[in-house]
Design a binder for this molecule. Structure first.
Ligand code: LLP
Length: 424
């Protein structure tokens, strides 16, 4: 069954059951809000898979990681910082299903040290990683991340397969990798494929055959296969989820054929980021200016692409809704508006298409002091935020059982300049 996209209203006074305006007053803006229950639901949607491994790059705040862990998922880490976050949130490296897997195309020196120190399972995205790990941890078990020769994503920038991509081990190099592994007594126990982010069922399904071919080359040592992430979520009312049951069946059938091939049971992992957290998050910003440029009307917010980079980076669409400052339900006339932020850069526009083309959107007429709510901002929202223009990062609040809990304080000027020095 494919769940339809929710109706994205352009008027919104509540989030996860709480009134938005008082939250914005209490915690200030820009403010990230997260709905904990929705994250739990999205993890539960995927329980048919043996292992749900959260790609924490989507939103790696400690409290979110903690709730993901409590909901029964394990985690992926792409850097030393993400390994440390996972450990701080209570994930452990050990166990039959490793609680933390390091997936990357390189080891920087810090991540290699950490992986060795904590015996963290590694998903190698380059042949060189096999030697580097083998040298430091002979006899280790590893997963190979294979680039199957094709990929697909919501943007060319999120396509992680094919010859143009830097990600993974080229599918024709598997034999060479096995030789490298042998040299260090390293065993390939897993195969992983992730072809891109925000892709579709048609492309995702092609991965199953590529997986079967690769496992046939590697053989009996394989005990785990990972289908990667990439599950799309609807950002517009005319978009839909993919059919998770159908997707699972495709993979389960593949897994069964692989089990026959290798003669033992094989664990099936999925590694979503966006699917688990995108809808759970919203960015609340205050309208600070309403102005006209010729025929165009601009709503300028106190949040910019330093807070939510996706529209500027990929032309991504996020639903936008007005929350009047007084929290009222009263409707305002719809107008065409361009929504932008405070940054000193023309590309600081939330309503733009890929390529940087500014678009207007039908929105209720906003006034200075009202709030705008940018929806589906939980994945790659805060996680991609920056200090550009010396802006401090937003506060984050988790809403759980009707209570709003601060999970990250707004950054201060002291945070901003920490580590800076003026030499004599
Ligand atoms: N596994 C691997 C190895 C990945 O590289 C990624 C995403 C995922 C899993 C999770 O993919 P997801 O389920 O979230 O599609 N910043 C971009 C997305 C970049 C994704 C990078 N890798 C965006 O805002 O759309």
């Amino acid at each position: 069954m494919i769940a339809a996209a929710p109706e994205f209203s352009t008027h919104q006074t509540h989030f996860a059951g709480l009134a938005i305006a008082p939250l914005a007053e209490q915690f200030g803006t820009p403010l990230y809000l997260y709905d904990a229950e929705l994250i739990r639901q999205r993890i539960a949607d995927l329980t048919a898979f043996d292992v749900v491994r959260y790609a924490q790059k989507a939103c790696s705040s400690l409290a979110i990681l903690d709730r993901v862990r409590r909901a029964g998922a394990v985690v992926d880490a792409v850097s030393a910082g993400e390994i440390r976050r996972a450990l701080a949130a209570g994930f452990t490296a050990h166990g039959e299903t490793p609680g933390i897997v390091y997936t990357a195309d390189i080891f920087d020196r810090e991540s290699l040290d950490l992986v060795v120190e904590h015996a963290i399972h590694v998903n190698c995205g380059s042949p060189d990683m096999i030697d580097q790990l083998g040298d430091r941890r002979p006899g280790a078990n590893v997963t190979l991340r294979i680039n199957p020769g094709f990929g697909h994503g919501h943007s060319q920038k999120t396509n992680t397969g094919g010859e143009q991509s830097k990600h993974g081990i080229w599918h024709e190099q598997v034999d060479e990798c096995l030789l490298r592994a042998d040299r260090y007594g390293v065993t390939v126990t897993g195969i992983h494929m992730h072809i891109g982010s925000g892709t579709d069922l048609e492309h995702l399904s092609q991965v199953c055959q590529a997986m079967e071919r690769t496992v046939a080359t590697v053989g009996r040592t394989v005990t785990t296969i990972s289908s990667g992430g990439g599950l799309p979520v609807p950002y517009k009312s005319d978009e839909s989820f993919i059919d998770i049951e159908q997707y699972y069946r495709l993979w389960d059938d593949s897994r069964k054929r692989i089990e026959q091939q290798v003669g033992h049971s094989v664990r099936l992992e999925i590694e979503p980021g966006r699917y688990l957290v995108a809808e759970s998050g919203a960015l609340v910003a205050e309208v600070r200016a309403v102005k006209k440029m010729g025929t165009n009307r601009f709503f300028l917010l106190d949040a910019g692409f330093n807070d939510l980079a996706r529209p500027a980076m990929y032309g991504s669409h996020h639903p936008i809704a007005l929350c009047p400052r007084d929290g009222s339900e009263t409707t305002r006339p719809d107008v065409d508006a361009i929504v932008g932020g405070p940054l000193c850069e023309s590309g600081d526009i939330f309503t733009q298409a890929e390529g940087g083309f500014v678009c207007s959107r039908k929105l209720p007429l906003a006034r200075v002091g009202d709030f705008l709510v940018l929806g589906n901002a939980g994945a790659y929202g805060f996680a991609m935020s920056s200090n550009y223009n010396s802006k401090t990062r937003a506060a984050e609040v988790l809403i759980e059982a009707g209570q709003a809990k601060l999970i990250r304080s707004r950054e201060t000027f002291d945070d901003l300049i920490r580590g800076e020095q003026i030499p004599d």
